[in-house]
Design a protein. Structure first.
Length: 226
């Protein structure tokens, strides 16, 4: 698959006798408030059928703390004037803000024969693989989903699966204000260090990171792009 000028991928050709790769519709939503996008994800997942292409929404959020279904408010240490949204993803508390790439994965996991653990592994691996192209060695943790560089978290995951279909997704720190992470126990872990691409010497914007990471995500599922 090769990149087009806008950073997406051309549909790969399918030879006779081969099973076609699944289709993926990619949308770039820009800077968004959290709750309307969350409600749109719920609505799409509730109404989608077996013929709907999977979707990947790429965006940034205005400052917000989000608390997962099993999240404990004790992990919110000082919210200041940043809003808090109780949502239906897994996991504890995290922060979203401008300069962070958010990738929401609205996928029918039944097409791949995987569950939430398989999706978590695929998302993590896509980030690890892309960081490797930037000469950054990253790791994952079985006990704390996400991607880490030298023990500091650079990407967080939070997902929900209903009727075999996923929503919510991945947040990758690019070039943002990290101070709000000090106002929480990130993902429920007191004192967990957090890092970002800028501090690792990667001077890319959010849209550039999305463009470069996207083929690594698509490779995990052999997607053809819409």
């Amino acid at each position: 698959m090769r990149s087009t000028a806008d950073g997406f991928l051309n549909p790969s050709s399918v030879r006779a006798g081969e099973t076609p790769s699944p289709l993926l519709q990619v949308r770039q939503l820009g800077l968004c408030d959290y709750e309307p996008v969350w409600r749109d994800m719920q609505s799409f997942t509730r109404q989608r059928d077996d013929n709907d292409a999977d979707r990947l929404w790429l965006l940034q959020h205005r400052p917000v703390f989000t608390l997962g279904m099993n999240g404990k408010r004790e992990h919110l240490l000082d919210t200041a004037d940043i809003p808090v949204v109780d949502c239906d993803r897994g996991g504890q508390v995290t922060y979203h803000g401008p300069g962070q790439l958010v990738a929401y994965v609205l996928l029918d996991l039944r097409r791949f024969g995987i569950g939430v653990r398989g999706l978590v592994s695929a998302l993590e691996q896509s980030v690890v693989d892309w960081l490797q192209t930037c000469a950054i060695s990253a790791t994952t943790r079985r006990d704390a989903p996400g991607v880490y560089v030298d023990g500091a978290k650079i990407a967080a995951l939070g997902l929900r699966v209903k009727r075999g279909c996923s929503y919510h997704g991945l947040a990758l720190n690019v070039d943002m204000e990290l101070a709000p992470f000090g106002m929480i126990n990130p993902c429920g872990y007191p004192g967990m260090p957090v890092t970002q691409l800028r501090d690792l010497g990667i001077g890319l914007g959010v849209d550039q990171v999305a463009q470069q990471w996207l083929p690594h995500f698509a490779e995990q599922f052999r997607y053809r792009m819409l």
